[in-house]
Design a protein around this ligand. Structure first.
Ligand code: HC0
Ligand code: SF4
Length: 586
């Protein structure tokens, strides 16, 4: 290591480190806006990290951006001189010159990185404030997301996250002067032929420029209407991602407190998407086994597998439809657990409990923004129905707002169990859906049991665990010999697998795809800013919940067995196809 000085204090550093990295490690905060460490993103555009530097032999200090200036031996760095403070203050006021200051009505109010920087530098608004805000810029909305151009500070974090995670470049930098902002190929966002609505860009945006469409008031209206029976479904990942949105540390299962808070707000039923994840495994597993039987009969099972992709991630489905429609025949027709839950909440549940289905509103709580988009898919409309089975989808961030607006403090409540014996009981396998590899592990547990497969004694399939982008595993079965599977997240990493399936060289019988880093625990509806750093803890919490549940495999869930006995007859039945499967748009 080499040595340099920051504010007169000696610091050690490794060659190649930036002034910002060394300062951070030394506990010396430097304000930043465009820089995002987890993406190694440091375009130097916001210029908030200005410091003074002087190399050995130089007579005077000069200003430099700490994020993209490399530390050199003997460098003298000043982070709080008067010149530095004045320069940062000026830079901040330039950022506010074309920033629309409707802060009190902004979703990020109170946890906005631009507000934080303004406070750090002691912003003096002066004559520039709001002077160059574009008067024509309008909000650009999709079913799930909202872009407010005059809140964009041109940090390009969103461009980078979309490029690094998905490699599809759905969001780009457009326009000039004060009109410059990110955009979507010059068209309205909803008409992008690349964006998959994953919401990753909303996780890294430092201001309220990119965010989820706020539908909290619609939920409050439904809760307040005495004619409406509200049924909430809580997605597998929501219980492990809510704590961070509430400002707490990750690592706890918040399920019981979520139920308590929703009941406190007047929810009629609070149920569990994990239950329908178990149903998904029975339908998708049956579909897989039927496909394998056909390949066995044709003699192609070992040589030319007819690969099947999972279908539960709506970001992945959007991508397949927009950019790889020719492989849709390889995508499972089984609906996602969200859609399966809602279809049964509008049919089996009211029939069993004697409720008029017309009074029911299903509200999903999801870690995902694309689930709002999925809920509106025309393929999920039941015949003769005008209203989608899933009436409303709230992300975890909106759930926190629902609690705040509704006046409940979820963190302080005593945990309460789910509502009825219907549609709440879940296996550990269903909890695993929350993370990359989890749908696969759940499927392997059940497929092994149904085909004479060799599952590990503790039911933990290690090769599909962890946070690697791409994973592989095999399962030895009596009925089909060795089955090969793959697990992938990030659209960037699914490309090579799509190519293999296209050109007939895929060795895989089954592939799980999730769009977001780490799967749903890294979904676009979770806590902003903490992207990636907290994924390992969220994932370990998921694994722990699986181990704690008495039933570990989907086909052993007694409430799912009852669903088939009383209503659907068997997995893959005519009725199951009508309610629990769907087609796609190519
Ligand atoms: Fe997921 Fe799902 S696991 S996509 O990640 O399959 O959003 O949590 O709800 O539908 O169950 C998200 C999470 C779900 C669905 C389930 C699947
Ligand atoms: Fe890219 Fe996802 Fe944002 Fe669309 S929603 S622009 S795909 S990061």
């Amino acid at each position: 290591t080499e040595s340099a000085r920051i504010n007169g204090r000696e610091v050690r550093f490794a060659p190649g480190e930036t002034v910002l990295e060394v300062a951070r490690r030394a506990g010396i905060p430097v304000p930043t806006l465009c820089e995002f460490a987890a993406l190694a993103h440091r375009p130097g555009t916001c210029r908030m990290c200005l410091v003074e530097i002087k190399a050995p032999g130089e007579a005077a200090y000069s200003l430099a951006t700490a994020c993209d200036t490399r530390m050199t031996p003997g460098l003298e760095v000043e982070t709080r001189s008067k010149r530095v403070r004045e320069a940062r203050k000026l830079q901040a006021s330039l950022l506010f010159a074309d920033h629309c200051e409707t802060c009190s009505a902004c979703a990020r109010h109170g946890q906005c990185e631009l507000q934080d920087v303004a406070r750090t530098v002691g912003l003096d608004l002066g004559r520039l404030s709001g002077r160059y805000v574009s008067r024509t810029a309008e909000k650009d909305k999709t079913a799930a997301l909202v872009f407010t151009p005059d809140k964009c500070i041109r940090c390009l974090r969103c461009v980078e996250v979309c490029r690094q995670v998905h490699g599809i470049g759905a969001i780009t930098f457009e326009g000039i002067g004060t009109g410059a902002a990110v955009g979507f190929d010059g068209r309205p966002w909803a008409e992008s032929d690349r964006c998959i609505q994953c919401g990753q860009c909303t996780l890294v945006c430092p201001t309220g420029a990119l965010d989820v469409r706020d539908e909290v008031d619609r939920a409050l209206d439904m809760l307040a209407d005495p004619e409406i029976v509200t049924i909430f479904q809580l997605a597998p990942a929501t219980r492990v991602t809510l704590p961070e949105v509430l400002g707490l540390a990750p690592g706890e299962n918040f399920e019981g407190r979520m139920v308590a808070a929703l009941k406190g707000l007047g929810a009629d039923f609070v149920m569990d998407t994990r239950w329908s994840a178990d149903v998904t495994i029975l339908e998708e597993g049956t579909e897989l086994i039927e496909r394998l039987e056909r390949q066995k009969a044709a003699g192609t099972l070992a040589t030319h597998p007819d690969t099947m992709f999972t279908s539960c991630c709506p970001g992945w489905i959007n991508h397949a439809e927009k950019s790889a429609p020719d492989i849709l025949e390889h995508v499972s027709s089984t609906r996602s657990p969200q859609a399966i839950f809602s279809a049964l909440a509008k049919t089996w549940l009211p029939q069993s409990l004697g409720i008029d289905p017309a009074r029911i509103r299903v509200i999903s709580i999801m870690p995902c923004t694309a689930k709002k988009d999925e809920a509106l898919r025309p393929q999920l409309l039941r015949e003769g129905e005008a209203r989608p089975d899933t009436d409303l989808v709230l992300t975890v961030r909106e759930l926190a707002r629902l609690f705040e607006r509704g006046g409940v403090d979820a963190a302080s409540l005593e945990p309460v169990p789910f509502d009825t014996p219907f549609m709440t009981q879940a296996s550990g396998a269903a909890q695993l859906f929350a993370t990359t590899g989890g749908v696969m592990e759940a499927a392997l547990r059940t497929v092994a049991a149904l085909t004479g497969g060799k599952a590990p004694a503790n039911l933990v399939f290690e090769p599909v665990r962890g946070l690697a982008n791409t994973k592989e595993a095999t399962l030895e079965t009596e009925r089909f010999g060795v089955l090969r599977v793959a697990v992938v997240y990030g659209i960037r990493h699914v490309g090579p697998l799509i190519d293999m399936v296209r050109n007939g060289t895929s060795p895989y019988h089954f592939i799980e795809v999730m769009a977001c880093p780490g799967g749903c625990i890294g979904g676009g509806g979770t806590a902003q800013g903490r992207w990636r750093t907290n994924l390992p803890v969220r994932q370990q919490t998921v694994y722990r919940i699986d181990e704690e549940l008495p039933v570990r495999s989907s086909h052993e869930n007694p409430d799912v067995v009852r669903l088939y006995e009383n209503f659907l007859k068997k997995p893959g039945s005519h009725k199951a196809h009508e309610l629990l499967h769907c087609g796609y748009t190519d």
